[in-house]
Design a binder for this molecule. Structure first.
Ligand code: NAD
Length: 301
């Protein structure tokens, strides 16, 4: 298939590499020169703009930071027209970015008005999952478009879920990440409490993993440095899923809660913790560095 891939960052680059390795013909675009050069080395063709990448594509995949970028790409941003306006054929559109359900519905409705199929398909699984091709895709959009997208998604992911209509993929993804933010901050809090009371963090982790406190953040993404050899914590929180992106996702949960009059006391607390952590300079560190917020309390005693 001819695939246009737009947004070659931490997640997009390895996803695009997997599509290229599977034999698809890729035309790629990003604003960053290095990202384009990396993909070119992997056999993709670089485009000079998103419209050129999409020109002859059967499928367009985008992986951009936030809703403003996705709206700008598809609907235009005042300076240039959006892709929906410039397309002269009808490729399937798959946006894998994490954005608000409202933005996804807006772009989906605009695509539908032009006879185009649009899927919101945010992912779970992080950079490791993107590289290994084992992401979970949580898809919103109509069932026929979902089935059409499946073979492409299966190259990049292991679990492919159909959550419902446009926007539902984002709702499910935001609920998942709110829970992850709560679990990670709770895990960091419990580890700090134990260490402050003389426990070895590795021993405490093993005990909680085998007990009722076991959870994904503790079991596979331990935030305490040195407990897990290959965790972000053990490489000074470099790479991984950035604090700023977790803060963004918790902000999306907050908006969703306001819109639906839902109470999210734990999610709000997690949002404040990650926003504070980001404001203290940790925005570009992996989100498990929230551990430092708790260790700092201990150090200042
Ligand atoms: P990133 O910042 O590393 O990459 C985004 C890329 O988009 C950058 O290379 C940027 O230059 C490019 N870009 C921005 N605007 C563009 C435009 N108009 N045209 C072309 N390229 C443009 O972000 P990421 O970590 O790859 O995350 C992408 C999305 O995936 C986000 O919505 C994030 O919330 C979500 N996500 C990330 C992770 C993770 O672990 N990093 C996990 C799950 C979901």
């Amino acid at each position: 298939m001819k695939i246009a891939f737009i947004g070659l960052g931490n997640m997009g680059a390895p996803m695009a590499i997997n599509l290229s390795a599977a034999g698809h013909e890729l035309m790629v675009f990003d604003l960053v020169e290095d990202a384009l050069a990396t993909l070119e080395q992997q056999g993709a063709t670089r485009a000079t703009c998103a419209a050129q990448a999409a020109e002859n594509a059967d499928v367009i995949v985008s992986m951009l930071p936030a809703g403003a970028h996705v709206r700008g790409l598809y609907l235009g941003d005042g300076n240039q027209p959006g892709l929906l306006e410039t397309l002269s054929h009808k490729p399937l559109i798959i946006d894998a970015s994490t954005i608000s359900p409202e933005d996804a519905r807006t772009v989906g409705a605009a695509a539908s008005e032009r006879g185009l199929s649009y899927l919101d398909a945010p992912v779970s699984g992080g950079i490791g999952g993107a590289k290994a091709g084992t992401l979970s895709f949580i898809v919103g959009g109509d069932a026929a478009a979902f089935e059409q997208a499946r073979p492409v998604l299966e190259v990049m992911g292991k679990n492919i879920f159909h959550a419902g209509e446009n926007g539902a993929g984002q709702v499910a993804k935001i609920c998942n990440n709110m829970l992850l933010g709560i679990l990670m901050s709770g895990t960091a809090e419990a580890l700090a409490l134990g260490v402050n009371n003389g426990m070895d963090p590795a021993v405490l982790s093993e005990i909680m993993k085998q007990s009722s406190g076991g959870n994904w953040a503790l079991n596979v993404y331990n935030p305490w440095p040195g407990v897990m050899e290959d965790s972000a914590a053990s490489r000074d929180y470099q790479g991984g899923f950035l604090t700023d992106l977790m803060a963004k996702d918790l902000g999306l949960a907050w908006e969703l809660a306001l819109d639906s009059k839902s109470a999210i006391p734990m999610g709000s607390e997690a949002r404040n913790l990650f926003a504070l952590h980001s404001a203290q300079g940790a925005g570009k560190l992996d989100f498990s560095s929230i551990q430092r917020l708790y260790r700092a309390t201990q150090a200042s005693e």
